[in-house]
Design a protein around this ligand. Structure first.
Ligand code: HSE
Length: 441
């Protein structure tokens, strides 16, 4: 640890892409205010970046292209990991923690998939691994759940936690833009992941939900148990039918404690247009959290982009700096908010949930089709709430059905039976509906 700790702290940044570059810029721009908040200077003394071209490296003492140089530098107190992805970020973090350095990361994949092991390593070395910026960009949702709501038992949370996906869905709904065109713009604006399938197939949101679910319910990180469904099967027609029924479609991450266990699921979701989350558009993120004492609370703001993410990341650096100044070598809070985890709680499979459903069924426009579909739904104990059947413009006509609450397992069986009907011409598009069970949200 830097011996002049009360006068300055040395920070090393690994990776100067969107988030790393934004962090450096923020630390420079707000250095005066940060000094007032912390009581001493936070100095970026070393950076490692794959390419030096076009980078503003003014006043940085040491620059290299090897990220391990930062993790191994004895003069660095806090290592910022903004490389992204797993390789080499995982090894860099392990190296830094093992050498007794605090680490701040924005890397949700790494926390969701390796967090259990990394937090244990941080604890062994009496240092912190901070990750506020890994979920929902600029929204301090980790601190809200872990500290601000710590007096509650969390019942559920639901969030729009992928800015790119929300941007695409918003553009498709409001401007009838094509999926590819909206994705391209999100990439140009720096919102999308290096591999945009992480955004559109829900993997990025599942990483974030895994982290939120752990902190909310005190369970270990279990990315492989988070149900993940993307937005690529949503068509402009679905958006338009949902709209007719009074709904919009949002890509949500939902974590809920039900009687059967913990639900962890990311999927497109119909939301009544009057709901708060239904009105979060563009790259905006928002998370609704329901605590048993406080009720529903909403956190919203920019979920991606250099400045927003840097805002959350620098908050972690400031937390650490304050702790270090107070002589506490590692922040006292447990990384996931629970000293004793709830080992008795398990994550249930998607087939064990209950929900309401939107079904778009492509069918031949022939007498009796609707009766056959209704009869199958009835046989599976599924009650219909609303139906739309459009005038046929070709041989086939989409039948849109909204169900009341039903067991997913039975719904899956009903879908198989309906798709087997001779009059049904293709796959059924199923989208879950989130009614929030009467909560004023
Ligand atoms: N690709 C992510 C998003 C960036 O669009 O939300 C922030 O994690």
């Amino acid at each position: 640890m830097n011996s002049e700790v009360t006068k300055s702290l040395n920070i090393g940044i690994c990776g100067l892409g969107t988030v790393g570059g934004g962090t450096l810029a923020l630390l420079r721009e707000n250095s005066g205010e940060i000094k007032h908040r912390v009581g001493f200077d936070l100095r970026v003394t070393r950076v490692a970046t794959r390419t030096l071209e076009g980078k503003d490296l003014l006043a940085i003492e040491q620059v290299s292209t090897d990220v391990f140089d930062v993790a191994r530098d004895a003069s660095i107190d806090i290592v910022i990991e903004t490389i992204g992805g797993l390789d080499p970020a995982l090894e860099v973090i392990k190296e830094a923690l093992s050498r007794g350095k605090h680490v701040v990361t924005a890397n949700k994949a790494l926390i969701a998939e390796y967090g259990n092991e990394l937090f244990a390593l941080a604890r062994q070395n009496n240092v912190a691994l901070a990750y506020e910026s890994s979920v929902a960009g600029g929204i301090p949702i980790i601190k809200a759940l872990r500290e601000g709501l710590a007096g509650n038992k969390i019942n559920w949370l639901a969030g729009i936690i992928n800015g790119t996906g929300n941007f695409i869905m918003s553009e498709m709904a409001s401007k009838q833009r094509q999926f590819d065109e909206a994705l391209k713009e999100a990439q140009d604006l720096g919102y999308a992941e290096a591999d945009p399938t992480f955004d559109v197939e829900g993997i990025d949101a599942a990483h974030k939900l895994t982290i939120l679910g752990s902190i909310a319910f005190g369970i270990p990180l279990q990315f492989n148990k988070t149900y993940t469904e993307g937005i690529s099967h949503i068509t402009p027609e679905d958006i338009s039918y949902a709209n007719e029924l009074g709904y919009c479609i949002k890509h949500l991450g939902i974590a809920r404690q039900s009687e059967k266990g913990i639900e962890m699921r990311v999927h497109p979701t119909l939301l009544a247009k009057s709901r708060l989350l239904a009105n979060v558009n563009g790259v905006g993120n928002a998370v609704l959290v329901h605590g048993n004492m406080v009720g529903a609370t909403l956190y919203s703001g920019p979920g991606a982009g250099a400045e927003a993410t840097a805002s959350a990341l620098v908050a972690d650096i400031i937390d650490l700096a304050r702790h270090i100044k107070s002589g506490i070598s590692a922040p006292v809070y447990p990384a996931l908010g629970y000293v004793e985890m709830h080992d008795d709680l398990s994550v249930i499979g998607i087939e064990d949930i209950e929900a309401e459903y939107y079904l778009r069924i492509p069918a031949v426009d022939r007498v009796g089709v609707m009766a056959k579909i209704s009869s199958i739904l009835q046989d599976h104990d599924i009650s219909i709430e609303a139906v739309i059947q459009k005038e046929a413009i070709s041989e086939t006509v989409p039948i849109i059905i909204l169900t009341h609450t039903a067991a997913e397992k039975r719904l899956n069986q009903a879908i198989v039976a309906i798709e087997a009907l001779a009059d049904v011409t293709g796959k059924i598009n199923r989208i879950r509906v989130e009614p929030f069970h009467g909560e004023a949200t």
